[in-house]
Ligand binder design. Structure first.
Ligand code: M6R
Length: 604
């Protein structure tokens, strides 16, 4: 997980950049770098490996600057190396970047045709080249806007320009960026923690914002180029790691963290340059003839989505079971089974016991875990990490989408290892998968629409959630989210099961939430919705544009992004999370700490 710091300072910045980068080490990284304005031009220092390697470089060749940027890089495009480390440079532009530029290959080709040459394998250098190109004809802030308009993907950036000695520009889409207000100094950071040593006055940029800071002020613009103000708030520096930002609750923040969380998770599995997807830890997925997933609660629903993917993409039989049942029923397992425990905390007692049981049977064990120092992470043969960052809200959100991202990547890796992909398909599918962070960010934009549904839903006594295929576990997850934070009774059903019992519950007081982006099963789901409508049920359909065109009369329709079915469980998770969130807020419930629940259930 990359980290960013930028300082327009009144005094030397080298040590302060390093100090800030050290605070960002918790995010994980494989190279680091800084750049600063020295005698009217920008110089940079970079090193592969830990920050102490960068400190060695700086000891040999100091950076006597009072304006500078710094970065810790978690490799995505291009191996960890000094040449791929940030800051990346092109002409007058020196910049650092978090995120993934999806259309970097097209942009790179177009820039090469204009005679531009590239020195690194990174997508970041494409932004630098593009911005340098735009600078030929416009002032910096306009050139930045023209550059951003050409980028597809998720990013946070900080930029220095040769000849602009007291300026740092920044922008965010999908990845967070904050502005720090100091005393005669200004800062940019990838989170509050980055600027924590220097100021506790922070403004969080909104999605699509871009900014220019000098020593005295920040000039912020929204996506449309309008000058805007973002509120400045006081944060407790010590608490910055678990800071809520502008959000009212951690859950809301964590829903918004999802593009970043997914992108960081996918980076651990996919090399975007080669299009290769792999299982971490050198596991050969071709040697297994079965996968057994064990998990609890939300993690078990992520596991159920994983089952659809392992079987569909890789033709690999997969069972999923809640760990509390699995651990006590003496399941019949075969030796070539890969046992995967899925857990945010890595400490859930039942999941840990199931994992240990599998290990005792001699199975290869893996842990899809978010807390990498946890017991499961340590005890499993291999760690398949998620990189959601700390999840504070008891209701799991970004950990869930990160688990689904990891399992999707693993299913693809299994498909490749088992020879199930035609030439070119692996690269094609990983490219699709890397679109997930952007599409998740688009789905989060439905927030205002979803909020309007809350007052009515908050009055319901029962709510049903329906889905088919991988949308069925998402329906289960939607129902769990609503139950746990709003205390409204909710159930998830496979849409085709409705007529085998639950349809008896339907009347005009029971909202039915159908999660159905258009796919080959969509017509069947339409029939199920008509069955509900015919009995006076109120249907809320969460779908895409094509689905909306075919929605049954009377249904309230929320139109989400159009995406490949492989991505739909991740992309359609935020709307159901937001729905539960706003219903709970409407009811005045304690969103982050619902009654009777603990974040990590370490007892039976
Ligand atoms: O830490 P884990 O992922 O193992 O936790 C499993 C469940 O306790 C957890 O997902 C729980 O269901 C959440 N409260 C759901 O939001």
């Amino acid at each position: 997980m990359c980290g960013i710091i930028g300082i327009v300072g009144a005094k030397p910045v080298q040590d302060r950049l390093i100090d800030s980068l050290k605070r960002l080490e918790y995010r994980g990284y494989d190279s680091a770098g800084v750049a600063g304005v020295v005698d009217g031009h920008v110089e940079r220092r970079r090193a592969k490996g830990k920050i102490r390697a960068l400190e060695d470089v700086l000891a040999a060749e100091p950076l006597p600057a009072s304006v500078g940027i710094g970065h810790t890089r978690w490799a995505t495009h291009g191996a960890p190396s000094q040449i791929n480390a940030h800051p990346q440079r092109a002409g007058r532009v020196t910049l650092v970047h978090n995120g993934i530029i999806e259309n970097y290959a097209e942009l790179r080709e177009a820039l090469k045709e204009k005679g531009r040459t590239f020195e690194s394998e990174t997508d970041t250098e494409v932004i630098a080249q593009l911005l340098d190109y735009e600078l030929q004809t416009r002032p910096p802030i306009e050139a930045l806007k023209a550059t951003l308009d050409q980028l597809t993907g998720a990013y946070a950036i900080a930029v220095l320009i040769d000849g602009e000695d007291e300026l740092i520009m920044g922008a965010r889409r999908g990845s967070p960026l904050v502005v720090g207000y100091g005393d005669g100094e200004m800062f940019l950071g990838s989170d509050a923690l980055a600027v924590g040593p220097f100021t506790n006055q922070i403004a969080y940029l909104d999605e699509g914002d871009y900014v220019a800071i000098d020593r005295k002020a920040a000039h912020v613009f929204d996506e449309a180029g309008r000058a805007v103000q973002r509120p400045v708030r006081t944060v407790a520096a010590a608490a910055a790691l678990v800071e809520k930002g502008n959000y009212r609750h951690f859950m809301e923040k964590e829903i918004h963290d999802q593009p970043d969380a997914c992108q960081h998770t996918l980076s651990a599995y996919i090399n975007p340059t080669t299009g290769h997807v792999h299982a971490p830890g050198g596991v050969d997925l071709a040697r297994f003839d079965r996968v057994q997933i064990v998990a609890c609660g939300t993690a078990s629903y992520a596991g159920q989505i994983g089952r659809y993917l392992f079987e569909k993409l890789a033709g690999l039989p997969c069972d999923v079971e809640v760990a509390s049942e699995f651990r006590y029923r003496q399941p019949a397992v075969t030796p070539a089974t890969l046992a995967i425990a899925v857990s945010q905390s890595g400490e859930t007692a039942d999941t840990l016991a199931a994992l240990r049981w599998c290990k005792a049977q001699g199975l290869t064990t893996a842990a899809v875990v978010n807390v990498h120092e946890s017991t499961m992470a340590r005890e499993a043969d291999v760690l398949f990490p998620t990189h959601a960052g700390p999840e504070i809200g008891v209701a799991s959100t970004k950990a869930f989408t990160s688990q689904v991202a990891a399992l999707t990547a693993l299913a693809l890796a299994a498909a490749a290892a088992r020879g199930r992909l035609k030439p070119g398909e692996e690269a094609h599918d990983t490219r699709l998968l890397l679109e997930a962070p952007r599409l998740i960010a688009e789905a989060i934009q439905l927030e205002d629409q979803i909020r309007t549904l809350a007052p009515e839903l908050a009055k319901a006594r029962d709510v049903l959630y329906l889905g088919r295929g991988p949308m069925y576990p998402l329906a289960l997850e939607g129902a769990l989210k609503l139950k746990e934070i709003s205390y409204i009774h909710a159930e998830g059903y496979a849409a085709g099961e409705l007529k085998h019992g639950p349809i008896a519950l339907i009347d005009e007081t029971t909202p039915v939430i159908v999660i159905a982006p258009s796919d080959p099963l969509f017509d069947k789901t339409i029939s199920n919705m008509s069955e509900v409508a015919a009995r006076g049920g109120r249907v809320i359909l969460i779908t895409d544009e094509e689905g909306a065109r075919n929605a049954p009369a009377g249904a309230r329709v929320i139109v989400g992004p159009t995406c490949d079915p492989m991505l739909a469980p991740m992309v359609y998770a935020p709307p159901i999370q937001l729905l539960a969130y706003y219903v709970a807020v409407q009811k005045g419930a304690d969103v982050d700490q619902p009654r009777n629940l603990a974040k990590s259930v370490t007892v039976e």
